[in-house]
Ligand binder design. Structure first.
Ligand code: IMP
Ligand code: MG
Length: 183
């Protein structure tokens, strides 16, 4: 795809390439929705979106899941705006929904080291869900710290800094309808 991306949303920032365009994302999210629907034939399903990065992915994904479900969110902020995640996780919103006895599907934008998620998985497991699985839009496959692999993965991600479709750099570029590499 084109390397000279000129888009008013980019604030003049150079984007190396579009990694996944809107059409490709929509097709993959449709497939994931079908996979998830088939994976939960019974029981209560709670889709837990990890804020803020998952907000666009989650809103598209739940509309592709053809079974009853509930939606709640979890906000775990890592400190700073560094392009490398810091590893420090702070819970700033804790879901009010009771997890006990429910299938819980934790939805993440991207897994890099897996530090963010392993903390959350431990915390949520203690609340006795019927099952706990991870769905991530992107997986960089570096997650040595993640003892639980994501069951549902949208795309394998390159080892580059990605923005768009919910992913930010210093809180910018979340609203891009495509996923692009900043490097
Ligand atoms: P981890 O804890 O190292 O797995 O990092 C996961 C979190 O870091 C994600 O939820 C993102 O917020 C952020 N992150 C990691 N890689 C990227 C990227 O390429 N673009 C944007 N955010 C990223
Ligand atoms: Mg982020």
């Amino acid at each position: 795809m084109s390397s000279a991306i000129s888009d008013p949303r980019l604030r003049g920032r150079d984007v190396k390439r579009i990694v996944h365009d809107a059409e490709e994302i929509a097709a993959r999210v449709g497939e994931l929705g079908a996979e998830i629907t088939a994976a939960y034939p019974d029981g209560e399903l709670l889709v837990l979106g990890l804020l803020k990065g998952s907000f666009i992915f989650l809103s598209d994904l739940v509309r592709q899941i053809s079974r009853p479900l509930q939606v709640d969110f979890l906000a775990a902020a890592s400190y700073g705006d560094a392009m490398v995640s810091s590893g420090t996780v702070r819970l700033v919103y804790d879901p009010k929904t009771d997890l006990a006895g429910k299938h819980v599907l934790l939805v993440e934008d991207i897994i890099d080291s897996g530090r963010t998620l392993s903390r959350l998985v431990d915390l949520l497991s203690a609340r006795n869900p019927r099952s706990l699985e991870i769905c991530t839009l992107l997986d960089k496959h570096h997650a040595t710290e993640l003892q639980y692999r994501a069951r549902f993965v949208g795309f394998d991600a390159p080892n580059e800094f990605l923005v768009g479709y919910g992913l930010d750099h210093a809180e910018e570029f979340r609203h891009l309808p495509f996923i692009a590499s900043l490097q």
